[in-house]
Each structure stands twice: as C-alpha cells, then as structure tokens.
Design a protein around this ligand. Structure first.
Ligand code: 6MZ
Length: 377
C-alpha cells in the first residue's frame, strides 16, 4: 500500500512529465541568460587557464542558487566576457535552441542584444550573423528559422510530420529572433539596433525588445528608436515595472507596445490601464520571485491577470541564470494556483496568439496544438 507521501511524489512526477510533453511557446528568453551552466563552466575554465579570470571565483558565482536583481546584472557582465566572441555566440545559440526543443517548445522567440566589440572584430551585424549560424547548425531537431512565405518549395515547414501515435517524428521548432536594446545604450546605438532588425527581417528577426538593468537609463533615450521601430511596423516588447519607476511605467503603457514583460510593480491605476489596453504580458514567475519583483509564487500577479482573463504567456526569462525551464514554469502554475491539465493546455495554446511571427506560422502552430490536444487532455 502506497503511503500518502509516495502518492504525492508519484503525482508530482506524472505532472512534471506531462508539462514536458505539453507543446509550449516561449516568448521571453534572453540568449545569454539561457546558457547551460556546464557550458559557462567550460568557458570559464578556458579563460581561467589563459589567466583572464580566476576560475574558482567565477565557478562559485555561476553555481550559486539565489540571485538578486543587481547580482543578475553583474552576472550578465561576466557572462558576456565568457561568451562574446563569434564562435562562442554560435555555440550558445545552437545549445539554447536544442535545450528548448528537448522540452517540446514548438515556437521560440530568442532575444539578444547585438554587440559591438572592437577587440573581437565584432559588430552588431557580425554578432547576429554568429547567432544565426548557431541556429542553422542545430542538427538534433528541425529548426524553421525563416518565414515560410520566403521559403520556396518547402510546404513541409507548415506541416509538422505527425506519426501514427500522435508524436512528431522529427521534432520541429520554429525559431524567431528579437533584437534587444540595452538600457545602457545611447540613442544612436538603439537606432542602429532597430535598423539592423529591419535589415534582418528576412532572416528570422521579428521584433525589438527593451531590456537591461531597470535602474539604469532614461525612457527618453530609447524612445526615438522605439518610435522608429513602431513607424517601421516592427513589433515591440518592453521590460516594464521590474522596479517601481512610476514615470517609466506610465510612459510604457502610453506607448502601447505589442507585448510587455514582467509588469511587477504596477500601482492600482496602472493595473487598470494595463487591463483596459489588453496588452499581452510575458509572465516570468521564477525570475520575478528570485529578483524580488514578486513577494512569492503564491502572491505573484499571475493569479490576478489569469483570473481577469488578461492575455498572458508563461516564459522563462533566463532559464540558465534562474535554473528553470518552461516546463517547470507550467508545473509551478499548476502546483501553486491549482490549474488543471486542460487549463494548462489552453494557456500554452493561447500564447500562439501573441507571437511576432506571421500568420502562416500561427496556423502551423495551431495545427500542432490541435494534434497534441487529443493526446494530452
Ligand atoms: C532586464 C534582462 C533580464 O541580450 O546578452 N536581461 N534585462 N531584466 C531581466 N530580468 C532578470 N534578463 C536578461 O542576454 C543578456 C541580457 O539580457 C538582458 C540584460 O540586458 C542582459 O545583459 P543577451 O543575449
């Protein structure tokens, strides 16, 4: 006879496996925040051997569990030292896609900050070329990077191969890119990023993100670039309300982007406005709790938005940095807020509405969910 504890453990295992099997859409994942710890350690060891860093110090920082918001941004500076050369960027882009595909993410928008690095002969464009090289190098799964309409003789890209048992025979993941503007950047650097996004729109780039340390920079600095993107018709997502910056939150809501990330520190009037505007929200549970944007999982604003039927999508933010996965984020929602499997399925399926890729991709993804529904609910 099983004890209560054994039954609980078995039920948790079964639910976690179901969350992995669920097809998922990831809309908020930073490339350099999603790098495997094992890769970071390997890169740190190499730089340690060359005397560029002290490996033992860096190892402890990489393996540490809790991370405050200021610590995150110190860590990103470290990660950038480890990853910013063309070959490494290619490698991490490849690994990140493999990792998301391995947990049945069927559509992934990776965001990354194009970087100039003279010492490495790197320009924003060459950085992005290195990212794309990585996406194309993925072999374990079928990566669909370009808009299907710009591909010729390739109807298969819209029709996942479904086996008799309902499983996708060769896993397929649609990958799109968002170019991030870092809050540390100047107006002119931000404009360069927007122009690059336009230049690369046939190479999988579908949008612009504003991110970086929320206590750095001024809204007015990036506004010309964001306005330019808006005029060009490039979809935009903004990191909003990670800290209680009233002026910026207000300006972001007034700007009315296609999506917002986080929305942690909104006051009552701002909540009301967000809800009336119905701007889809990228929810990052683990990230918000770890960095103090939400007091706990139980008190996370997910519940309020979900109950209000506000458009939202579960995301990881930085699955490497916060040791999470998209499947884990779905599991946490079930365990914390009591959502059932059909609720979770519906949540994952609804996220298709908020992707920045074109209608063809949306239609393909709807098919993927239609096939999976029979198996999973
Ligand atoms: C704000 C974040 C972030 O672009 O080098 N980034 N910005 N809030 C967050 N929540 C914790 N997590 C990541 O990836 C790393 C960069 O993404 C942004 C920061 O600008 C960070 O330097 P890329 O690939």
């Amino acid at each position: 006879m099983d004890t209560d504890m054994e039954r609980k453990v078995a039920a948790e295992k079964e639910m976690r496996e179901w969350c992995v099997a669920l097809p998922k859409v990831e809309l908020h994942a930073h490339l350099n925040g999603s790098v495997r710890n094992s890769t970071l350690l390997e890169l740190a060891k190499q730089l340690g051997d060359k005397g560029v860093i002290v490996f033992e110090d860096v190892k402890d920082v990489i393996m540490k569990d809790g991370r405050s918001l200021p610590e995150c941004f110190k860590l990103f500076d470290l990660f950038h030292i480890l990853t910013t050369d063309h070959d490494t960027v290619t490698r991490i882009a490849m690994e990140v896609v493999e990792d998301f595909a391995a947990e049945n993410v069927v559509y992934l928008e990776i965001r990354t900050t194009p970087k100039n690095n003279e010492a490495k002969g790197m320009t924003k464009r060459s950085y992005m070329n290195a990212v794309i090289k990585g996406l194309k190098a993925v072999d374990a799964v079928d990566v669909v990077l370009f808009d299907s309409k710009s591909r010729t003789n390739d109807t298969l890209t819209c029709t996942p191969t479904i086996g008799l048992d309902g499983d996708i025979k060769k896993r397929r993941i649609y990958v799109r890119l968002l170019l991030s503007i870092d809050r540390r950047e100047t107006t002119s650097a931000a404009l360069d990023t927007v122009n690059l996004a336009l230049e690369m729109k046939d190479q999988g780039v579908v949008g612009i993100d504003l991110s970086g340390n929320p206590v750095v920079g001024e809204w007015e600095t990036y506004l010309p670039a964001l306005q330019h993107a808006k005029e060009l018709g490039i979809p935009i997502t903004l990191h909003c309300g990670e800290v209680a910056n009233r002026k910026e939150i207000q300006a972001m809501l007034d700007f009315c982007p296609q999506r917002l990330g986080h929305v942690c520190c909104l006051n009552d009037a701002e909540w009301k406005k967000l809800k009336s505007l119905m701007i889809p929200v990228e929810i990052c549970l683990t990230s918000n709790v770890m960095t103090g944007g939400a007091p706990s999982l139980e008190l996370h604003h997910f519940a309020d938005l979900y109950n209000a039927k506000h458009p939202l999508s579960l995301c990881t933010d930085d699955c490497g940095l916060f040791s999470t996965s998209l499947s884990n984020e779905y599991y946490l929602v079930a365990a914390t807020f009591g959502l059932s499997k059909p609720d979770l399925f519906h949540l994952a399926q609804e996220a298709v509405q908020f992707i920045f890729a074109d209608e063809n991709v949306k239609m393909s993804l709807k098919e993927v969910f239609k096939h999976a529904e029979k198996r999973l609910t």
